[in-house]
Ligand binder design. Structure first.
Ligand SMILES: [Zn+2]
Length: 446
């Protein structure tokens, strides 16, 4: 992840998005009426839905191919040979739906050197899947996606992760300047190690089991009195394995991650954030915070807005100004200090973590953080525009570095932590081929 100037297209609002919000019916003073918020006005509008799955399925093969070409290169006349970089209207071989480069004579297709190189599914089906994925406000789990598109779970899981990888490498990059907010959101990952690879449902209740439960109830009630003491002992054991958080003064679980976001304000009232960058730390401490500031913020040209976390005090002095609000006391300071955009990101990530994806593997936290950042930034784009934006990023970042050969056991063994770089991280579940219940390994991949 480089610190080159921002080249990713800014997710601009769909034309007229502001008008929809301003034109909404408001109640006059004294009038009792259910009013519509700006968000509701946007989502109920025509502009919010510009492409549907049936639109995609009704596209001809040629139209689908044209769509991919446009998202990757802009037009058929500006096709770039992925082997030598020559830009031209190369020799088109219609039957093979491939080009032959006019300079180096090598052949290539619209997906060559992209995450979808050597794809098995037709382009149309991948496009429909991408649309469904883009349609989720906080995310679409692979299990749900599989119900829409079919196929093996692992293939759907990998295809979703290819989008996340592209967002991580192609969207979550570049310097930002201006009025910037920073905030961290805890992603628990609590007890994920013990949950991995084990069935989570409780055993079936039989009359004998109920009887047994009743008998043990008495013993349990007695045990409860000593539970508090046991819990204290347990947290003491945990304390030796985690990292101490500077803000909370607590020792955090080793699986705990903090997703720290930096969001630049649009400056237009009611329009919210413009761009979002994310990094992941073990704590919201100086190590991660300073690394994220170095990577994403043009410090001398920016104003920093944060909550009262200690880690921001020292770097805050280098900014044009540092406005902070003490969240323990108030949400908005006396002079309007706030981190509302950071909170918006935090809630969206929490919804994804706790309501949609459930039990995100700590080593993939940045992948999911980048996804949330993209979803936050494109929130006022029509879904057709979101799909174009997603595909343009995905097709311009080369082949997948982490997800090729995943179903054959080639898994990413590093985690990206702000300030620590690439940290070795193995899968936390049992090894492929291991089974606690029988000869068949049915654990979900990760
Ligand atoms: Zn070439």
């Amino acid at each position: 992840m480089s610190t080159t100037p921002d080249t990713t297209p800014a997710p601009a609002d769909a034309a007229g998005a502001a008008n929809i919000v301003e034109k909404r019916v408001r109640s006059r003073p004294g009038e009792k009426r259910r009013t519509r918020s700006g968000t509701a006005a946007w989502h109920m509008s025509k502009q919010a839905v510009t492409l549907t799955v049936s639109d995609v399925m009704a596209m001809s093969e040629h139209k689908v191919h044209e769509y991919w070409v446009t998202q990757r290169w802009g037009s058929r006349k500006t096709v770039v040979c992925p082997h030598c970089g020559t830009i031209d209207a190369h020799l088109w071989r219609r039957e093979a739906t491939r080009w032959q480069c006019l300079a180096c004579k090598r052949g290539f297709s619209v997906t060559s050197c992209t995450p979808f190189a050597n794809h098995q599914k037709p382009l149309k089906e991948i496009l429909a899947m991408a649309l469904i994925w883009a349609n989720g406000a906080s995310g679409i789990p692979a299990l749900e996606m599989r119900r829409h598109v079919g196929g093996k779970f692992v293939h759907v899981f990998v295809r979703e992760h290819k989008f996340r990888e592209s967002l991580m490498r192609g969207f979550n990059v570049g310097l930002m300047a201006g009025d910037v907010e920073m905030d961290g959101v805890h992603q628990s990952g609590r007890r994920s190690v013990e949950k991995r690879g084990r069935p989570q449902a409780s055993p079936k209740l039989t009359p004998e089991a109920v009887e047994e439960k009743f008998e043990t109830l008495q013993a349990k009630l007695q045990a409860d009195s000593t539970k508090v003491a046991a819990k204290a002992k347990q947290s003491k054991t945990r304390a030796t394995t985690g990292v101490k958080d500077g803000t909370y003064g607590m020792t955090l679980h080793p699986d705990r991650r903090i997703v720290i976001c930096a969001r630049s304000r649009s400056g237009v009232p009611g329009k919210g954030g413009k761009r979002t960058r994310v990094g992941v730390g073990r704590t919201e401490g100086p190590l991660a915070v300073n690394a994220i500031i170095d990577q994403f913020l043009a410090v001398p040209e920016s104003i920093l807005n944060t909550d009262g976390a200690k880690a921001y005090i020292e770097p805050g002095t280098k900014f044009l100004a540092h406005r902070s609000v003490e969240h323990a006391k108030e949400l908005v300071g006396p002079a309007g200090e706030n981190t509302n955009l950071g909170e918006e990101f935090a809630r969206r990530h929490k919804r994804a973590e706790q309501g949609i994806y459930l039990n995100i593997e700590p080593k993939y936290t940045l992948d999911y953080g980048a996804e949330t950042a993209w979803r936050s930034d494109t929130r006022r784009m029509g879904n057709g525009g979101q799909l174009e934006h997603l595909l343009a990023i995905t097709l311009r970042n080369g082949v997948s570095q982490f997800w090729l050969g995943y179903s054959k056991g080639r898994h990413r063994e590093v985690e990206f932590l702000a300030g620590e770089g690439e940290v070795p991280a193995r899968s936390s579940g049992p090894k492929k081929g291991y089974s606690a219940t029988g000869p068949k390994n049915v654990r979900p991949p990760r």
